[in-house]
Design a protein around this ligand. Structure first.
Ligand code: NAP
Length: 287
């Protein structure tokens, strides 16, 4: 039985692989011989990526359709995944948005917080039993260097009050980082590692939309630091698989380099309070 488990192919579930760095990370992981399972928002985009993975790596990928802006759909994704796959070696919460105007999810949560934070919070918690059974396993949360501009405002976690695209995005990425830190503590001794990362600055859909109304100086400053989607995807794959990171957990990486994150991201009181509020928002309270 133990032998069977060892010989089974490793499996990764990655969200948001239909474009940008998620797609490149998925291709990089498939090239390493890992079974890749990703999320797409439509059958059309899922099939296109599946075909591209097959052409570039020869691997048969699988996907689940899920709109992460719906907690019901996140629950369905976790349930369907667990029904179909008994094993999960790597979970990568990559999907993200950078809304330029106030929008709400199906659960009436401000969209940046819904997709970038509450969806990964719920999905990860629901998949923990499978990750624990598959240990040693890893969780990679794709945050952003912009977490450093963020602040957790407990009176404005879901409401989108005084919406500002920078504050909303930064708060969601700081929340994801605080979640990672608390999660790593909760998972001590389980063999499941959880780390967060900034993938680099890349000229993807999210960046183009976010910077669309900024002036040429800001755009130029960003362009000067940009790296390719392939390089950024390779950074995610590194965090997900590198043997050098065996046992490393609760850390923040700038691509492949461990780095100190913002002061607030180490505040465990905020992390604990955020966890409790998030359980309520996601309907995960213990009896
Ligand atoms: P991207 O090309 O816009 O990709 C975003 C991915 O997320 C797409 O696959 C998208 O699916 C998916 N997604 C968005 N909303 C979703 C929803 N409601 N439900 C399910 N999937 C959804 O951007 P990217 O740069 O690759 O971003 C990937 C991650 O990196 C994000 O978390 C982002 O915040 C982070 N990041 C990016 C940069 C950068 O410079 N690009 C810097 C720091 C951090 P569709 O194809 O269906 O739209």
């Amino acid at each position: 039985m133990l032998m069977e488990k060892k010989m089974e192919k490793k499996a990764v579930l990655i969200t948001g692989a239909t474009s940008g760095i998620g797609k490149e990370a998925t291709i990089a992981l498939a090239k390493l011989g890992i079974k890749v399972i990703f999320t797409a928002r439509s059958e059309n985009s899922g099939e296109l990526v599946k075909k591209e993975i097959k052409e570039k790596t020869g691997a048969e990928a699988d996907y689940f359709i899920c709109d992460l802006a719906s907690l019901v759909e996140v629950r369905k994704l976790a349930g369907d995944f667990q029904k179909k796959y008994g094993r999960l070696d790597i979970l990568i919460n990559n999907a993200g948005v950078g809304e330029t105007e106030l929008k709400f999810s199906k659960d009436n949560i401000e969209m940046d917080m819904a997709v970038n934070y509450f969806a990964p919070f719920l999905l990860t918690n629901l998949l923990l039993p499978t990750l624990k059974n598959s240990a040693p396993s890893r969780i990679v949360n794709v945050s952003s260097m912009m977490h450093a501009e963020g602040h957790i405002d407990f009176s404005n976690l879901v409401e989108g009050k005084n919406f500002d695209k920078y504050s909303a995005y930064s708060q969601s990425k700081l929340a994801l980082l605080l979640f990672t830190r608390k999660l790593a503590k909760e998972l001590e001794g389980s063999g499941v590692m959880a780390n967060a990362m900034h993938p680099g600055v890349i000229n993807t859909k999210i960046t183009k939309e976010f910077l669309a109304d900024t002036n040429i100086l800001v755009k130029t400053a960003f362009r000067l630091t940009m790296i390719s989607e392939e390089k950024a995807g390779g950074g995610i794959a590194y965090l997900a698989t590198s043997r050098e990171l065996d046992g490393v957990t609760g850390e923040y990486f700038d691509r492949k380099t461990k780095k100190r994150s913002s002061e607030e991201s180490y505040d465990m009181n905020t992390a604990e309070k955020l966890w409790v509020v998030s359980e309520k928002v996601c309907g995960l309270q213990k009896e």
